[in-house]
Design a protein around this ligand. Structure first.
Ligand SMILES: NC(=O)C1=CN([C@@H]2O[C@H](COP(=O)(O)OP(=O)(O)OC[C@H]3O[C@@H](n4cnc5c(N)ncnc54)[C@H](O)[C@@H]3O)[C@@H](O)[C@H]2O)C=CC1
Ligand SMILES: O=C(O)C1=NCCCC1
Length: 352
């Protein structure tokens, strides 16, 4: 029997501890084995495919298969409980139709389903709506990258103790959840929001003010340019479809350490950040396999995969600029879908 997990069901169990552990496990599992940093988990993750929907730009289907072996997840009963080991075969099908939000009846740009297979028989065992899952796991990859590539350069406790200014460039689906999640995880002193359509940044600011604890002390500013948003930022999350650079080196603060989560731009992942930033930065990716195919022409060498840094602790230096070039990878989807499935399978959810 093939189980179907609807968007509502998935949304009910998505929590940050569950997703962050699954994403961190996926980032580590895809790292090639190295005797200096042994890891029991592993992954087979071939390059994903892109199929254009006709000749118009901005309409694509991606197929994203992965097998992730012997990786750890949080117990769905209690995030503090012993972690369980899993192996998962999955394939995500995701479309990116960048005009969707402008339709008369707006739809998300990114829409996905994850197919899960039985490890023993290869039979399809579940189909899971994967749109929110994709948003959450992408934001989670930025959170994990920020933890290891930014905070850890200042010490083991920095993510709990250090005050930061965050800039969000692009307040679409990704930008909105990045803003909320960064405020939920870190001590955000100032949150600067920029969007091409100003009202979208204003709406997000309004929503966040309702949600955020008044005691949090986060000052939210709606900015009229990416430059204004980024000037004092320690962390920048950029997630648009812009084919032209929106941020330049001159927009960043100097010699104090800046981390950029470069999330967007559709197929050309590095077009929204100017080459002069790449040339000054250390660039990290989620996986080399996708980078080989999708980052051709990247204006800087790749320093490492984020998973390598999690394993070996070679963090950037304090004053450096780091970029997490996030492409998204199938192993993240496989691990998060497994975690969601485990949470939805708890006996108390189905008492009869
Ligand atoms: N790295 C990853 O794993 C993932 C990356 N993405 C990428 O993140 C980006 C954002 O995705 P969503 O938030 O879901 O899309 P969305 O359509 O909800 O939001 C896109 C935002 O970018 C802005 N924008 C679009 N074109 C622009 C331009 N030329 N200049 C300035 N601003 C522009 C829009 O105003 C909008 O607010 C896309 O490029 C998407 O492909 C999405 C999912 C996963
Ligand atoms: O990993 C994903 O999912 C996506 N990556 C790039 C853009 C579309 C969705």
């Amino acid at each position: 029997m093939v189980n179907y997990y609807s968007a509502d069901a998935v949304r009910e169990v998505l929590t940050w501890p569950l997703v962050n552990k699954a994403v961190e496990s996926a980032l580590v599992a895809i790292v090639k084995e190295d005797p200096k940093t042994p890891s029991t988990s592993f992954a087979f993750q071939p390059k994903r495919t892109f199929t254009a929907c006709g000749k118009e730009p901005g309409k694509i289907l991606l197929t994203m298969p992965a097998y992730v072996g012997n990786y750890k997840l949080k117990s769905p009963r209690d995030p503090g409980e012993v972690e369980h080991t899993h192996s998962t075969l999955a394939c995500k099908l995701v479309t990116s139709f960048s005009g969707n939000p402008r339709r008369d009846l707006p739809l998300p740009s990114i829409q996905a389903h994850v197919l899960l297979f039985d490890n023993q028989t290869g039979q399809l065992s579940a189909i899971m709506e994967g749109t929110d899952l994709t948003t959450w796991r992408t934001v989670s990859a930025s959170l994990v990258a920020t933890k290891y590539l930014y905070f850890r350069r200042f010490g083991a406790q920095a993510e709990q103790e250090r005050n930061i200014n965050v800039a969000i460039v692009g307040c679409g689906v990704q930008g909105q959840l990045h803003a909320a999640a960064f405020c939920a995880h870190f001590r955000v002193r100032q949150l600067n929001l920029y969007n091409r359509t100003h009202s979208k940044a204003q709406d997000l600011s309004y929503q966040l003010r309702q949600k955020l604890n008044i005691e949090s002390g986060t000052q939210i500013n709606v900015c009229s340019s990416p430059n204004e948003a980024c000037q004092d930022a320690d962390i920048i999350c950029i997630a648009t479809y812009s084919k032209e650079p929106l941020i330049q080196l001159a927009d960043l603060k100097t010699n104090q350490g800046v981390h950029i989560n470069a999330v967007g731009a559709g197929e050309i992942h590095f077009s929204e950040v100017a080459p002069d930033i790449y040339q000054q930065a250390k660039v990290y990716v989620d996986c080399y396999a996708n980078a080989e195919a999708e980052l051709v022409g990247l204006p800087a060498p790749i320093t490492a995969e984020v998973g390598e840094i999690i394993l070996n602790g070679n963090y950037p230096r304090e004053a450096e600029i780091s970029i997490f070039q996030s492409m998204g990878m199938a192993s993240e989807d496989a691990c998060v879908a497994q975690a969601v499935r485990n949470a939805l399978s708890l006996p108390q959810r189905f008492p009869y």
